[in-house]
Design a protein around this ligand. Structure first.
Ligand SMILES: Cc1cc2nc3c(=O)[nH]c(=O)nc-3n(C[C@H](O)[C@H](O)[C@H](O)COP(=O)(O)O)c2cc1C
Length: 180
């Protein structure tokens, strides 16, 4: 029996959790044991063959609890196989995606010891009616990119599925060199 995979996520409104769960399902379908856990619920990382970390972007930065998770677990994450996904752009434009992608690249440079086998940025989900007070406040200034922005779900499930399938098949290939 191969070692399990951990999908660990940070979330404020649940969309990153849903992506983490989807990725978990893909691994399970490939016969790989999976734990899907919020950052705060993780006790140990030692038993996992792969740790997939997911974090949404807020005001140009990954959600703080994901950053804390990286810092707290530097030692073990630097010697484990890891993959990273971020959620952000809600408008689906190429410009928005590139901007957040650049922010992610820049932010990950703060962790030179962190060497994911794959890093990806997915579109996010935005529901203005569900925003907490402080986030709602950010949408008020007309100059805010969130001002009057309509609800949208820019998560591309085919893309998410393909990324997870790639990761899962890379593990199976590693387990059994005869499989290509
Ligand atoms: C107040 C606020 C600020 C945001 N800032 C950014 C940002 O800087 N860059 C980005 O790409 N997406 C940004 N987003 C979009 C979120 O990353 C997206 O909604 C994501 O799916 C939220 O994930 P969660 O539901 O797991 O919390 C922002 C969303 C909100 C509500």
């Amino acid at each position: 029996m191969s070692e399990p995979v951990l999908i660990v996520y940070a979330t404020r409104y649940g969309s990153t959790k849903e992506v983490a769960e989807k990725i978990g399902q893909i691994f399970i379908q490939s016969g790989i044991d999976v734990d899907v856990l919020a950052c705060k619920k993780v006790d140990t990382l030692e038993q996992y063959q792969l740790i997939v970390i997911g974090a949404p972007y807020y005001i140009g930065s990954m959600l703080k609890e994901a950053k804390k998770f990286l810092i707290k677990n530097q030692n073990i994450l630097s010697r484990k196989q890891v993959a990273f996904f971020a959620l952000g752009p809600i408008g689906s434009t190429e410009k928005e995606l590139t901007e957040t992608q650049n922010q992610l690249d820049h932010e990950l440079k703060q962790f030179p010891w962190f060497n994911p086998i794959s890093t990806v940025m997915f579109g996010g989900k935005y529901e203005p009616d569900k925003l907490h007070f402080l986030d709602k406040f950010l949408t008020v200034p007309p100059a805010s990119p969130l001002h009057n922005l309509a609800a949208n779900d820019a998560r591309n499930w085919d893309e998410i599925k393909a990324w997870a399938e790639n990761l899962s098949s890379s593990l199976q290939t590693a387990d059994n060199p005869s499989v290509h």
